[in-house]
Design a protein around this ligand. Structure first.
Ligand code: C5P
Length: 438
C-alpha cells in the first residue's frame, strides 16, 4: 500500500479547518482545460486544511500545467500513465482510486464528462474513475456552448443519476471572451463542496448512535426526509485579513436544523462563520463566503425541504487582494463590489431536483410583510419567514423572535417566542404542508 503524502499546515488557521477534511485523502483528477491552473490553487487550499491530495493528470492537462507544479504542491508524485510499470508496481489504478476518501475531477472538461458518462477507460484518469468505489465530485469547466449542448447536458444528467456530485460551473466571462455558464467553480467553493461530500460519506461510517446515520433508522414525522438548512452570516473576503460580514448569529438557523433532526430528518446544515456549536445529529458543513455556501448547498442536494436562514452577503469585492491592502499616501482604497449568487432563488428554480418545499427568510427594517410578499414572488419560494430587525428589536444575536409566515395564500403572525420555539413550530408547519403536497 503506497503511503499518502504527509501534510504540513501552511497557515495553521484552525478555524478554517473542517474536521473530516483535515483527515481526508483526496484523489484529484486534473482534466485538460484552461482552468487547470485552478486545480493547483485547489491542491494548496486542501493542503492548508490538512487534507492529503494525490494527483492524476490527463495527457491534455499536461498541456496547461506541469506535473512538477502539481507534485510540488501536493508533496507527492503525479500519476499520469496507465501503462507505467513503475506506477503499477507501486500502486495499481484500482488501489489508486479506492484508497482515497473522495475522488474529485477538476477541471472536468466536456470530453472527460462524456467519457465518464459512457464508462470509457482509455487512460489512467478514466480507468481510476471507473474503478473507484468512492463518491466522485466534478467541477466542470468549458465554453458555455459546450456546457449548454444537449450532449453535455445528457452526460451530466446521466452522471447525476449515477450519484456523481457537481460543483459549478459558474456564470462569468470565459477565457474565450464569451459570457455565461462554464467557468470552473472557484477553488474555495470546490473545497466547500468537498467538505459537504465528505460529511455525507463520513456519516455513513459513523457507529450507530453517533449522529444520524440515515433517515430509515430515525423516527418522527420527518423520518426518511432530507432537510437542508443554511445558517449564520457569510464573510466576503476583501484581503487575507479583512472581510464584509453581517450581524447574524446563526441562532435561528441552527435551532431549525436541530428541530428538523429532532423530527427525524437527515439534516445538512451549511453554516457561515458562527460562534455557536453544531447542533447534535446533523451533518454540518462550514463555509466562509456566499459562493462556497452555494457550492456546499448544491453538493448536499437533493433535499425534500430547503430552508435558507443564512444572512448571505449580497455583494463581494470584485477583486480579492491576495496581500493585505496597506494604508498609504494614496488614501483609502475604493472597493468595487459585484453581486453574489442568490442561493435561495437558485434552489427555488423549477427543475426536477427542486425541493418539495423551499423556505426563505426576510429580515426587514420596514414594511415587513409587503417586502416578504415581494420576496416570495421574486425568489419563487413556497414560504417566507419574515421578521423585523429594526433597531431595538434585538433579533440579531437575541434569543427571541417575532415572525410572520407569508405564503402566496395567507399571512400568519406569531407572537414573540424563543428562537427554539419558532424553530419547532416552523418544523411542525412544514411537516403539515409537506403532507398536503405529497
Ligand atoms: O434578498 P434577501 O437577502 O433579503 O433575502 C433573504 C432570503 O434569501 C434569506 O432566506 C436568505 O438566506 C436568502 N438569500 C440567499 N442568497 C443570497 C441572498 C439571500 O439565499 N445571496
Amino acid at each position: 500500500m503506497a503511503v499518502w503524502p504527509a501534510v504540513f499546515a501552511l497557515n495553521g488557521d484552525e478555524s478554517m479547518t473542517g474536521t473530516s477534511l483535515s483527515t481526508s485523502r483526496i484523489l484529484l483528477v486534473i482534466g485538460g482545460g484552461i482552468a487547470a491552473y485552478k486545480a493547483l490553487e485547489l491542491i494548496r487550499r486542501l493542503r492548508e486544511r490538512g487534507a492529503r491530495t494525490r494527483v492524476v493528470m490527463t495527457s491534455a492537462a499536461k498541456q496547461f500545467i506541469t506535473p512538477l507544479s502539481a507534485a510540488a504542491l501536493s508533496g507527492d508524485k503525479v500519476y499520469d500513465d496507465l501503462f507505467s510499470l513503475t506506477d503499477e508496481a507501486e500502486m495499481g489504478h484500482i488501489e489508486l482510486s479506492r484508497e482515497a476518501d473522495l475522488v474529485v475531477v477538476a477541471p472536468a472538461t466536456a470530453d472527460l464528462l462524456a467519457r465518464m458518462a459512457n464508462g470509457l477507460a482509455d487512460d489512467l484518469a478514466t480507468t481510476a474513475l471507473l474503478a473507484t468505489d468512492k463518491k466522485t465530485l466534478v467541477a466542470p469547466a468549458m465554453n458555455l456552448r459546450m456546457w449548454l449542448h444537449p450532449a453535455t447536458q445528457r452526460n451530466v444528467a446521466a452522471l447525476r443519476q449515477d450519484g456523481v456530485l457537481f460543483v459549478g460551473p459558474d456564470d462569468g466571462e470565459m477565457a474565450c471572451g464569451e459570457y455565461g455558464p462554464g467557468r470552473m467553480a472557484e477553488p474555495l467553493a470546490v473545497v466547500a463542496a468537498i467538505e459537504a461530500a465528505l460529511a455525507k460519506s463520513t456519516s455513513l461510517a459513523l457507529p450507530a448512535g453517533v449522529g444520524r446515520v440515515s433517515g430509515e433508522r430515525a423516527s418522527g414525522p420527518l423520518a426518511g426526509r432530507h432537510v437542508l438548512v443554511t445558517s449564520g452570516p457569510t464573510h466576503e473576503p476583501i484581503d487575507p485579513v479583512r472581510f464584509i460580514g453581517n450581524r447574524s448569529s446563526g441562532l435561528q438557523g441552527h435551532a431549525i436544523a436541530q428541530a428538523a433532526a429532532d423530527a427525524g430528518a437527515r439534516v445538512t446544515l451549511v453554516s457561515g462563520p458562527v460562534c455557536i456549536p453544531d447542533p447534535k445529529g446533523v451533518e454540518a458543513v462550514h463555509v466562509e463566503d456566499a459562493r462556497a455556501m452555494l457550492a456546499a448547498v448544491q453538493a448536499a442536494s437533493p433535499a425534500d425541504i430547503f430552508i435558507g436562514a443564512a444572512a448571505v452577503g449580497d455583494w463581494r469585492v470584485a477583486h480579492f487582494g491576495a496581500q493585505k491592502i496597506k494604508k498609504g499616501a494614496a488614501g483609502p482604497p475604493t472597493l468595487a463590489l459585484v453581486e453574489n449568487p442568490d442561493i435561495l432563488a437558485t434552489i427555488s428554480r423549477k427543475s426536477p431536483a427542486r425541493p418539495t418545499l423551499v423556505v426563505g427568510f426576510a429580515a426587514e427594517t420596514e414594511h415587513v410583510i409587503d417586502n416578504a410578499r415581494d420576496k416570495l414572488r421574486r425568489k419563487r419560494c413556497d414560504l417566507i419567514v419574515a421578521n423585523s430587525v429594526a433597531e431595538g428589536t434585538g433579533t440579531f444575536g437575541g434569543s427571541a423572535n417575532a415572525v410572520h409566515l407569508v405564503t402566496a395564500a395567507a399571512v400568519e403572525s406569531w407572537p414573540e417566542m424563543s428562537k427554539q420555539e419558532v424553530a419547532e413550530r416552523l418544523i411542525e408547519r412544514l411537516v403539515a404542508i409537506l403532507k398536503d403536497k405529497t
